[in-house]
Ligand binder design. Sequence first.
Ligand code: HEC
Length: 224
Amino acid sequence: MTNGISKLLLALILAGGGVTGIGLGLKAQAGLKARAVDMATASKPAETAGSDSQSVDQAKLVGEAKALIKQFAGKLKGELVAAMKADGPAAAVGVCQAAAPTVTEEVNANAKGWKIGRTALKLRNPENKPDAFELKVLQEFEKQRANGADPKKLAYKEIVNVDGKRVFRFMKAIPTGKVCLNCHGTEIKDDVRAQLKDLYPEDQATGFKIGDIRGAFTLSRPLD
Ligand code: HEC
């Protein structure tokens, strides 16, 4: 029974651009696992989801979030590819370090109420450290990936309560592609490795393979 519903939940997450229609209060955040269990017992989350969906157009919010991600990812990748082509991956590490925060600020400045960033379980820049919500979602993404989910389709949304105010949160997994391996892979060239060690002495973001989840885009928007 519980298992069946967990599977349904997974299917929901994977469906339609990968977004569930489930809203749950923060107090239920003992873990997404607990959320899945709550789903099985049904009544409470259904109520919460009901009140959320009455007043909030979640499909519209998801559309906005996805558009922002597209813009943000496009700019980041643009900077990355240009730097790699111009001077190779070792020099591009420094460009990435300088450009990532600037691009993030730029996109945020035009994001009208939204906040967007990147986070990961294995971090390069400690500034990107996940909060409790992000940590649980990242772990859930990993679990689903281990169960065969396509990381390109993993996304999660929820309306959470922060100090009595509703906040819409959205996360989308970032898969590791071939170009990423230059700086996040298992066989990193010596000059790149030296550069990474210099700029990120605590770097944990290597050892990835194609198709691994490198991290996630994370967005939030206050609703009240
Ligand atoms: C030229 C080296 C380089 C390449 C190639 C590269 N990255 Fe990174 N990546 C970095 C650096 C440097 C940072 C830290 C940026 C910062 O300081 O914010 C970073 C940070 C990140 C982060 C933020 C989380 C964290 O660990 O701080 C994600 C997510 C990420 N990279 C994903 C990717 C993906 C996906 C690709 C392939 C499309 C990729 N990277 C390719 C160098 C690279």
